[in-house]
Ligand binder design. Structure first.
Ligand SMILES: Nc1ncnc2c1ncn2[C@@H]1O[C@H](COP(=O)(O)OP(=O)(O)OP(=O)(O)O)[C@@H](O)[C@H]1O
Length: 288
């Protein structure tokens, strides 16, 4: 791995007994957004907490722009801002008070940016956090994270409480953020359509293991969706198929190596896939 990478995770393992995050290796190059997808309990938050050192890993290495996240924890913390699915600010604070606290505590704090984001997100500066809706709390957390002027943004389900219009604007802000190659975003989300819009890379965690990862456009290009009769499906080389599902009327499966498949079976139609198809069929394949 080279140090153009903003985040490097190598062989990360965390064993909780009943759950094991198992040998996860991934990299997020500078200037890009990686979408971390996976079902509930797949290990997305555990991965993010390991990057932040909030959870002690059992094995593996994590580097932020080449800095070891344990040996150089302080320097790493200055470069990384995080938005978790819970608002980190006390209920009795106002955005104005949040700014007073964070401007003193965070060396790179950008007051102008914070105020402009508060304005854009229509967040009242003098209202108590406890009177905020879930979406308003999320927006405040995102505004505070961006105003810290980090190089790396980690977002754990940070857009899930937001309406589509606000989510769209926030994705634009993230895309804007990574237009600087010294920045990067790792965004975990169940909303795969958001990742389709914004992510350059996708990593799919399933039961603690990375089952799929790569450049989003390449993954969407490599796979296809096949719907045909059982007789047709039975003729297909199973090596092409992921997560076959049958009903009384038709068979469905994800097809890997779509181009080669089309060459071998020109009579069978293969449709484009979404990230959601990739998730659902891969899990189905695992259960089969
Ligand atoms: N402190 C802990 N002690 C024991 N097990 C834990 C602990 N924290 C998390 N786990 C387990 O680790 C597994 C992965 O949890 P994690 O929160 O990383 O999943 P996730 O992919 O973020 O899920 P979700 O999409 O539901 O937020 C779960 O089975 C969870 O119960």
């Amino acid at each position: 791995m080279n140090y153009e990478n903003a985040i490097e995770i190598e062989h990360l393992t965390k064993d909780y007994g009943s759950f094991r995050l198992d040998d996860v290796t991934l990299a997020v190059p500078g200037g890009t957004i990686l979408g971390l997808i996976g079902e509930n309990g797949a290990g997305k938050s555990t991965t993010i907490k390991c990057i932040l050192n909030l959870v002690r890993r059992d094995a593996g290495e994590i580097r932020i722009f080449g800095m070891d996240n344990r040996k150089e924890e302080r320097a790493v913390k200055e470069q990384v801002a995080v938005v978790l699915d819970e608002c980190p600010f006390h209920e009795l604070l106002t955005p104005h008070m949040v700014e007073t606290i964070l401007s003193g505590a965070c060396p790179g704090w950008d007051s102008k940016r914070f105020h402009s984001l508060l304005g854009e997100f229509e967040l009242p500066e003098k209202k108590l956090v406890k009177e905020f809706s879930r979406g308003m709390k999320m927006k405040l957390s995102i505004a505070a994270a961006l105003a810290r002027n980090p190089r790396v943004l980690l977002l754990d389900e940070a857009t899930s409480g937001l309406d589509p219009v606000v989510r769209d604007r926030i994705l634009e802000l993230f895309l804007d953020f990574v237009s600087d190659e010294t920045h990067a975003v790792l965004l975990s989300s169940h909303i795969t359509s958001d990742l389709e819009k914004a992510a350059d890379y996708v990593a799919y965690l399933h039961r603690g293991k990375l089952v799929l990862q790569g450049a989003k456009d390449e993954l969407l290009d490599e796979y296809g969706r096949l719907a045909c009769t059982r007789g047709e499906m039975d003729r297909v080389d199973p090596a092409f198929l992921v997560g076959r599902r049958e009903s009384a009327f038709q068979c469905e499966a994800l097809v890997r190596d779509k181009r080669e498949f089309r060459r071998r079976y020109p009579e069978l139609a293969v449709d484009p896939v979404s990230l959601e198809d990739l998730m659902v069929f891969t899990v189905r394949g695992d259960r089969a």
